[in-house]
Design a binder for this molecule. Sequence first.
Ligand SMILES: NC(=O)c1ccc[n+]([C@@H]2O[C@H](COP(=O)([O-])OP(=O)(O)OC[C@H]3O[C@@H](n4cnc5c(N)ncnc54)[C@H](O)[C@@H]3O)[C@@H](O)[C@H]2O)c1
Length: 325
Amino acid sequence: MIAKTVESTSGVPVAQFLPDAFKDFLDDKIILIVGGSNGIGASLVELCCQNGAHVVIGDIDAPRGEQLARKCIQQWPVYSDPALPPKPPRAFFQKTDVTNYQSVLDLFDNAFKKYNRIDHVVVTAGSTETDEPWFDHSLSLTAIRKAPSNKDIDVNLIGTLYVTRVASVYLRHNRGPGVDRSILLFSCAAGFKETPGVSVYQAAKHGVQGLMRSLRANLNSPYQHSIRINTICPWMTQTGNSFPKSVEDRWAKEGLPLSTAQDVAKVSAGVLCDNSLHGTSMYVEGTRAWEIENNIDRLESQWLGEEPSQTLAQGQKVLRETLVA
Ligand SMILES: NC(=O)c1ccc[n+]([C@@H]2O[C@H](COP(=O)([O-])OP(=O)(O)OC[C@H]3O[C@@H](n4cnc5c(N)ncnc54)[C@H](O)[C@@H]3O)[C@@H](O)[C@H]2O)c1
């Protein structure tokens, strides 16, 4: 267990997550990163390769993905015993559109053919459209005639659902029970906290959060395959997916924490490595990460009330016992 519990200013214990010791856990793992051509995903690709993992990159951006795979192959070569069959490459890129189910299936099919197993699956692919707002005070009866873009839902939510569905089956293959495997989804601070100007993105990221919460109770049943699922909720992170200059300037002026892609990649790698983490969400601000799910559950009787909380637990138990095979 890498997490440590610290006192927050409110006096409520919160868990700060301190990732550590990647090499022992990542060596020889097969990790599939969807959205790995740029930003946080690309930093995670490099961190995994540097620590001995083999990484399959699936992304719509082929030039950047191919370039990154070549860099990883050169920088972290794989040494094979001449007496044994050659080991698979350190990295491999396949052009993938996460919004297209067949494209996601093809990625997993090829990854499995090449590597014969998959240990961890990460979805960092994301989209934030701000040019054409769905909800805007200036929208008129004429303006709403034009259907808005669904891209933020398609990439962030539908894409995550597709990858998670295929991953949940592929992760069971070629593995007996007791071998650690996991799915790591990318939500956002907007996945649990209201954020102005990105309503559709926020709805999609709440969906990602909801998917993790739904599957943390059900993913293993009835196979007992120990597949973990967790989310990362980055806050302001410096990547190509940047914010307007006015926000950046004010952020700096107020001395607010800004993560680098490497900071978030480090936390993500830590979650992949720590087999005690299942059903958690790591909120990342600057270089620090905080686990939020435990306190949401632990403090339920305070924010919902003792009696409704007990009734809710009883009803949820009935649903679990009657609906889950
Ligand atoms: N940067 C931030 O401040 C921040 C904050 C909170 C959450 N996040 C989330 O973290 C994740 C990574 O963010 P980032 O800043 O590294 O983003 P990024 O834009 O730098 O990288 C996202 C990657 O997703 C890929 N992608 C986009 N559409 C795709 C599609 N249809 N199919 C396959 N790949 C596709 C892009 O090509 C790119 O390589 C995203 O889910 C994002 O929403 C980022």
